[in-house]
Design a protein around this ligand. Structure first.
Ligand code: ATP
Ligand code: MG
Length: 358
């Protein structure tokens, strides 16, 4: 074989190797143990936002301090120290979850290199979390609904007795303040039991195509008295030509009602709650938002707000948002909490247009 042919063969196989390396859709890097970048495929360069020239033969530091790069540096020092494979999961600030692993290999000159594989497992983690939550929720829901059901009967008895007592002794003003306290407490217990029962409802949905405007309108009507008392204006804005998602109407009304109640409760008097619907950017879902001009969520609460029994509201049960989340997920959708740049909270419910999980 002539030198030229050999040369051609070598460059051909180098090209093939590079094409393969770059065609891989997940980020892949080859590192020296001191952190110098030997190779970095296209996906890795895109993720780091660097060009080939900016990265090759530089130290890992050029990729910045964000994730997954900073955890990668930690892993590399671990591999350098132990000579064994190391891996971990890491979460980026805006939510992407990465699985990062480094395997040691022996490089062409006998020195040690590390092969880094970075996988985006955001969707997998989201599904796992949602599955775990729905399993815990159905177990807890069944228990809670059972208890709530048992408590409701005696509670109903107490309410009825209180009403009878009030009717009989309404002229005796010395009983008044005791009666008021009792009635208020029993009212709260009733509300709690109702919430617990809603929370525990099984996942069977009665799905039918629903005109969002109508479903949203029903929630507005249900919340109108609360809004009037709080001096808050409710503004409904849903285009009539929006495609109809498959919804369990009663439960969808409940989603919107819980969100509107929260928004009203957090609005200042004279405030305005915007209740809007539109198509999601990808066209495969509808998005319903509830915006208020209250104080918004405390940043540390954004993740916890959906936990059952998490509340900062006096007299709140903390089940409102977990019920919303549960119903949204039963529809194959999701709900997210955020703060508006201008102040106030915005809740976004996404409901798929094509298929709902039953
Ligand atoms: N629009 C909002 N603005 C600011 N904080 C909010 C808003 N909505 C919810 N929150 C926060 O999230 C917490 C949980 O809300 P959630 O609806 O689950 O329970 P709750 O309103 O406290 O009680 P309830 O069970 O009666 O709904 C609230 O206590 C509040 O701290
Ligand atoms: Mg609430």
């Amino acid at each position: 074989m002539s030198t030229d042919t050999l040369q051609a063969l070598i460059s051909r196989s180098a090209l093939e190797w590079r094409l393969t390396f770059d065609a891989l859709e997940f980020p892949l890097l080859l590192l020296e143990m001191d952190g110098r970048i030997v190779r970095m495929n296209e996906a890795a360069r895109a993720l780091a936002g660097v060009t080939f020239e900016e990265a090759i033969h530089r130290l890992l530091e050029v990729l910045g301090n964000g994730q997954p790069w900073s955890v990668l540096r930690l892993l590399l020092s671990q591999v350098a120290a132990t000579g064994e494979r190391a891996g971990t999961q890491t979460r980026e600030e805006h939510g992407r979850v990465w699985d990062v692993a480094i395997s040691p290999v022996v490089g062409p000159d006998g020195d040690r290199w590390g092969i880094v594989v970075i996988l985006d497992i955001t969707e997998r983690v989201r599904l796992q979390e949602s599955l775990r939550r729905s399993e815990t929720m159905s177990a807890m829901g069944a228990l809670v609904a059972g208890v709530a059901h048992e408590v409701r009967n005696p509670l109903f008895g107490i309410s009825a007795t209180l009403d009878a007592f009030e009717a009989r002794f309404k002229r005796r003003t010395e009983y008044r303040r005791y009666l008021d306290v009792l009635k208020e407490r029993v009212g709260r217990l009733n509300e709690l039991m109702q919430h617990l029962l809603d929370y525990g409802k099984p996942a069977r949905l009665d799905l039918a195509p629903a005109v969002l405007r109508v479903v949203m309108g029903a929630a507005v009507v249900a919340c109108a008295p609360l809004a009037v008392r709080a001096g808050v204006e409710l503004v409904l804005d849903a285009p009539p030509d929006l495609p109809a998602p498959l919804l369990d109407r009663n439960r969808a009304v409940q989603i919107f009602q819980n969100l509107l109640e929260n928004a009203i409760q957090h609005s200042p008097p004279g405030g305005r709650v915007l209740f809007r619907a539109g198509r999601a950017a990808d066209g495969a879902a509808v998005e319903i938002t509830v915006e208020d001009d209250g104080p918004g969520f405390r940043p540390e609460d954004l993740d916890r707000a959906f936990e059952p029994f998490f509340t900062r509201r006096r007299g709140g049960t903390g089940l409102g948002l977990s019920i919303v989340q549960r119903i949204a997920e039963q529809h194959g959708g999701a709900v997210a909490a955020a703060n508006r740049p201008a102040g106030g909270a915005v809740m976004t419910v996404t409901l798929p247009l094509v298929s709902g999980r039953r």
